[in-house]
Design a protein around this ligand. Structure first.
Ligand code: MD3
Ligand code: FE
Length: 203
């Protein structure tokens, strides 16, 4: 089913369900080359979300700030290649939401252990804010916070489950958003965690 979260934000329930086992196998391959890590915020605190990435570029954070980088700062090597089916799935999801020409060049992979949250923020480190972001949820469910154009606007709570895809673009691209603490649990596909892929056009 398709649910409109905003003028240009669409939740595609179960869109990635059939491909989930393969996506998770590819995440494991990525993690072998670019291990999970807790990036530092510019303020010097470790993020509670564990991250890695793949693609020509991936998002990094440290004392110097947020940016996209071609090399993984942990290994000094290029990020693992973007698996073809990540890009295909993102392209197909974006098409469903009316973004015909989306070609991602970066995939940030977030891992949430139980208790992990992501506080309200905007994604504005990408050069081309006209391109959408596609998110794929895997494993444990989470409550997504869907806010407004300012931090103060109160956020809608949207449950996201294994296999869901969401596309955010256009007028909804700079909305504040976050994730409530993930509840303890076990998922057959991932064990004790939630994994989120966000496919982006960084340049
Ligand atoms: C709405 N990740 O990595 S994905 C992030 O579930 C991030 O891991 C969350 O927010 C997660 O930056 C949410 C959904 C998402 C991603 C980007 C957006 C929603 C968005 C950009 C603009 C508006
Ligand atoms: Fe975000």
């Amino acid at each position: 089913s398709t649910l409109a979260l905003g003028m240009q934000a669409v939740l595609l329930r179960g869109f990635a369900l059939a491909q989930a086992p393969q996506l998770l196998e590819e995440v494991r391959q990525v993690v072998r080359q670019a291990p999970w890590r807790h990036m530092q915020t510019p303020g010097g605190k470790a993020m509670s979300v564990a991250t890695t990435g793949c693609g020509p570029l991936s998002w990094v954070s440290d004392r110097r700030g947020y940016r996209y980088a071609a090399l993984d700062p942990l290994t000094g090597k290029p990020w693992p290649a973007l698996p073809a089916d990540f890009a295909q799935l993102a392209h197909a999801a974006a098409q469903e939401a009316g973004f015909a020409a989306f070609v991602p060049d970066a995939c940030l992979i977030n891992r949430y252990a139980p208790g992990t949250r992501l506080s309200l923020h905007q994604d504005r480190d990408e050069q081309d804010l006209a391109a959408p972001i596609v998110s794929i949820s895997l494993g444990l469910p989470a409550t997504f916070l869907w806010g407004g154009a300012t931090r103060g606007e109160r956020a809608l709570r949207v449950p996201l489950r294994h296999g869901d895809a969401v596309v955010w673009g256009g007028v909804d691209r700079l909305r504040f958003h976050g994730v409530l603490p993930v509840a303890p649990g076990q998922h057959p596909a991932t064990g004790e965690c939630r994994i989120n892929l966000t496919l982006r056009k960084a340049t």
